[in-house]
Design a protein around this ligand. Structure first.
Ligand SMILES: *Cc1c(COP(=O)(O)O)cnc(C)c1O
Length: 359
């Protein structure tokens, strides 16, 4: 047997990029290192949430509740939505994968804007589905007219990410209403609201209300961002009952740990405190945006916990320089950088750096 014979993979595997997680930075010249590359919140967990986690740790010799009963009940109460329309998963990336596996198979099409969330192409490819990427407008907004035109008989699901990662802009209620009026009801439309808690634009989509008003709309949400539980992997889908049923069936069994379930329930109970932190992030975002605007940068207005800085071909230089000041940010080579709203000292360093990139 030749040693060059190796196990065969599905052809899709060659197309899969490796997910680029936000880089962990090293301290440079004694400077404290900061990570502004993964849109995490900088605050550590609330003591009450840590207490729930510690308590849940006493049961980790047991499998978790596979039905995430308490968590789904808490979400059902919060949104006034029946429990059977809710499905949970290992982060909303996990839920996103469950959704695509439930609706799209080989040769089916998944439409989403591009740039948008980097997990969409990976998950679609793994399912054997085809990604149909519809370019954002020149100012970083979803082009819903073009997305509508991209629909074919093979389209199974359309993702609308609002606020959009990485550009930060929202899709308006009017825009989505116009799209939904024309989309066949047998196509699922998923509104990815990972950053919805950071939105302060009243014209933005109200995902839950839109879902309640349309038989083919679902909403994807997460505990990773505003709730500060990125490390625990828990997110959820709220949508049509038949889709929620299917999304539960495609989940990894026992995927959401009892620790994650307990932390998510505790976080819902302490939302007021957590949302005060969200207010602080929004205030910091406004300050950071105004500082950059004062330098002459034209930024798409962000409604998320990050800001998009379109640097074009100066992106890599900016990112290299930011590593030199011990701040990690997310590069999109040739396009721009995404900077999470984190510690003030880190944002100040980025502003100082940006001064050198003004034309
Ligand atoms: C961060 C993010 C998610 C959530 O990821 P988790 O798996 O829940 O941590 C989902 N969608 C978008 C657009 C995101 O940026």
């Amino acid at each position: 047997m030749s040693e060059s014979v190796i196990p065969q993979l599905r052809p899709e595997m060659a197309k899969l990029p490796t997910y680029k997680a936000g880089k962990k930075v090293e301290s440079v010249n004694g400077l404290t290192a900061y990570k502004l590359s993964s849109n995490e919140v900088a605050h550590s967990p609330l003591p009450s949430v840590v207490a729930a986690i510690v308590d849940a740790a006493n049961d980790i010799n047991r499998y978790p509740d596979p039905f995430t009963t308490k968590l789904k009940q808490a979400l059902s109460d919060k949104f006034a939505i029946p429990v059977d329309q809710i499905a949970t998963g290992t982060g909303s990336v996990g839920v996103c994968q469950q959704i695509i596996q439930a609706v799209a198979g080989a040769g089916d099409e998944v439409i989403y804007a591009w740039r948008s969330f980097e997990a969409y192409p990976i998950i679609a490819t793994i399912a054997g589905a085809l990604s149909v990427q519809v370019p954002l407008t020149h100012d970083g907004q979803h082009d819903l007219t073009a997305m509508l035109s991209a629909i074919t008989p093979r389209t199974r699901v359309i993702f609308v990410c609002t606020p959009n990662n990485p550009t930060g802009g929202i899709v308006t209620q009017q825009q989505i209403n116009e799209l939904l009026a024309k989309v066949s009801k047998d196509i699922l439309v998923v509104i990815d609201e990972a950053y919805v808690e950071f939105n302060r634009d009243d014209n933005a989509i109200d995902g839950i209300a839109t879902m309640k008003a349309n038989s083919n709309v679902g909403v994807l949400r997460t505990f990773s961002k505003a709730y500060g539980l990125a490390g625990l992997r828990v997110g959820y889908f709220i949508g049509p009952k038949n889709v929620a049923d299917a999304v539960r069936k495609t989940a990894v069994p026992f995927g959401v740990s009892n620790i994650a379930q307990a932390a998510a329930v505790a976080s819902l109970e302490h939302e007021t405190e957590l949302f005060q932190r969200v207010e602080e992030v929004i205030a910091e975002r406004r300050w950071f945006e105004s500082e950059l605007a004062a330098l002459g940068f034209k930024l798409p207005p962000s409604q998320a916990n990050f800001v998009w800085l379109p640097l074009g071909d100066r992106t890599e230089e900016f990112v290299n320089r930011s590593e030199g000041i011990a701040v990690s940010i997310r590069p999109f080579p040739g396009e721009g950088v995404r900077i999470s709203i984190g510690e003030r000292q880190a944002l100040e360093r980025i502003i100082e750096l940006a001064k050198e990139f003004v034309f």
